[in-house]
Write a protein that binds this ligand. Structure first.
Ligand code: CAA
Length: 263
């Protein structure tokens, strides 16, 4: 599929997906969501890719939300389908086996904030703004914001953001645990790439197991979560990367993880 609304590059185990409708502040329309879903399907099949970075084209926005021109004319049934399509696309992002980093370079509003929330962590430029402003349109978040935001920052903080529709600066977002680190705009992508490179050097099996263990465990009680962790730990130990990692330590050399899950 040829992409017009996103751009995708893959290099040294790192995929970088850029939302690419800068004139509309990278708003999520049907075409963009279709291309996004297609790109994620390709990424998830490519065993060589170990990390994904998401960012936005232009200097103003990561993603300024779902495309309001599409929302404005929806019937209630159409709105349900629209929300389902967005939730599925963002669900596919959260469901990626490999880690995903959001490099938020400007507005991350509505569906844009919801996109960032489905990544494993968020780096932001000091110009970034976060918010769920749907209340100002007479609607509510529909791509997972009422669910993922309270799970990340707590119900009270999420409700304040959702009820007021106010934007949070990068510093405010960091204070409530939405953002991990803040950088000057010109340094954001390099910082995300540096962390991605560090992650890409790890074993694929252990990266995927660690992500799965945290994510599944968060939706379970502690006893179940610990059982999930034990199983993932045992599976990891059977991987070639575990042989390489433990062997390299004992031989006092650096490990070279092949990430080959089939050997
Ligand atoms: N959908 C469609 N177009 C959008 C858009 C969106 N979400 N956000 C911005 N744009 C367009 C603007 O219409 C404008 O287009 P034109 O040049 O053709 O007029 C262009 O992008 C630039 O935007 P502005 O001129 O408004 O730029 P600004 O700097 O004055 O303001 C902004 C920036 C504060 C982000 C403002 O554009 C804004 O408030 N955007 C809407 C944010 C929003 O409400 N997002 C939630 C959408 S609903 C949603 O996401 C529901 C869900 O959960 C799925």
């Amino acid at each position: 599929m040829a992409y017009t609304s996103i751009a995708l590059t893959c290099e040294n185990g790192i995929a970088t997906l850029t939302f690419n409708r800068p004139k509309a502040l990278n708003a999520l329309n049907a075409t963009l969501l279709e291309e996004f879903t297609d790109a994620l399907a390709g990424i998830s099949k490519d065993q060589a890719i170990r990390v994904l970075i998401l960012t936005g084209a232009g200097e103003k926005a990561f993603v300024a939300g779902a495309d309001i021109t599409e929302i404005a004319t929806l019937s209630p049934l159409g709105a349900k389908q629209f929300a389902r399509r967005g939730q599925e696309a963002i669900g596919a992002l959260q469901g990626l086996a490999i880690p995903a980093i959001a490099a938020v370079n400007g507005y991350a509003l509505g569906g844009g904030c919801e996109m960032a929330l489905a990544c494993d962590f968020i780096y932001a430029s000091d110009t970034a703004m976060f918010g769920l402003p749907e209340i100002n349109l007479g609607i509510i978040p529909g791509f997972g914001g009422t669910q993922r935001l309270p799970r990340l920052v707590g119900a009270n903080r999420a409700k304040e953001m959702i009820f007021t529709g106010k934007h949070l600066s990068a510093a405010e977002a960091k204070e409530i645990g939405l953002v991990n680190k803040i950088f000057p705009p010109a340094e954001l992508l390099a910082a995300a790439a540096e962390t991605a490179k560090l992650i890409a050097g790890k074993g694929r099996a252990s990266l995927c197991a660690a992500k799965q263990s945290v994510d599944q465990g968060l939706n379970a009680d502690l006893t179940t979560g610990l059982a999930i962790e034990r199983d993932a730990f045992a599976l990891c130990l059977a991987s070639p990367d575990a042989k390489e990692g433990t062997g390299a330590f004992l031989e006092k050399r650096k490990p070279v993880f092949t990430g080959d899950l089939n050997s």
